[in-house]
Design a protein around this ligand. Sequence first.
Ligand SMILES: [Zn+2]
Length: 305
Amino acid sequence: MIDLHCDTLSRVVESNHTLWQNPFHFDITRALDAGMTAQFFALFKHDQDDNVVLRAILHQIATFQSQFNEAMGARVVEKPEDLSMALAHGQLACILHLEGADALGKEAALWPLFHQLGVRSLGLTWNYNNAFAGGVLDKEPAGLSTIGRNLLARMESLGSILDLAHVAESSYYQALDCFSGLAMVSHANAYALCGHPRNLNDRQILALSEHGGIIGVNLVPDFVEAENPDLDRLVDHIDYIASLVGIRHVALGSDFDGADKLVLAGVEEYKQLEQRLLKRGFSESECQAVMHDNALDFLKRVFSA
Ligand SMILES: [Zn+2]
């Protein structure tokens, strides 16, 4: 499996546990046992004060970097050779993602420094407006700002991944229009099946697919269904997005450790989704596409020499 979003890193920083072993939804040991290939790790801190955010994010980066060494079953992926080495050695490929550009304050020019620190993916906002773009839960969601466009230009020249999860609808289309790099929505489902504001409406799904992007389906119950969220309903979301734009745009974006309870207990249960897809009539190759192949193709495009 390849998963486009987890919040485990910020949990680890606030605990005495590690990314390798912890009582949370995700750890690398269980991920390897479950047969996972790659995982995105979100850096995340929400605070009114950008300086507090920046300090917390730097702390999370330092913690992340301290967890890896050459001998281990996982590898930080920053360049094409890292991905090919991880794949060749059966190591979990670990990609660092910044969820919300608030740590940059108003300075798009800081993004290359985050790139130097190994961050390869950026979500413009979390739920609220910042200097760069509008957040999906803001009372008055802003559009993409001039410095937001500047940031996208810098991301494009560095080959950064643009993540449009949490971005308000107007900023979402504006960002896709002016960014020609690789874009994804790391953790969201279909609004047509579950009217959560973080889910994507048909127009958003179509716009992302036209851009060649992928959507990681989210295991948070509120995003699956208001009444009876379960794994079968999650399969409905996969089915819906696949019917709308093709199965090659569907991937996984668990949001492990981003909410208390998910429709799976943790990474060790990910195989249950595979079984459920097969039971629902998805072919072996369609199932592999969702669980692994689509996200791997995407990563190979990001990390191409
Ligand atoms: Zn999130």
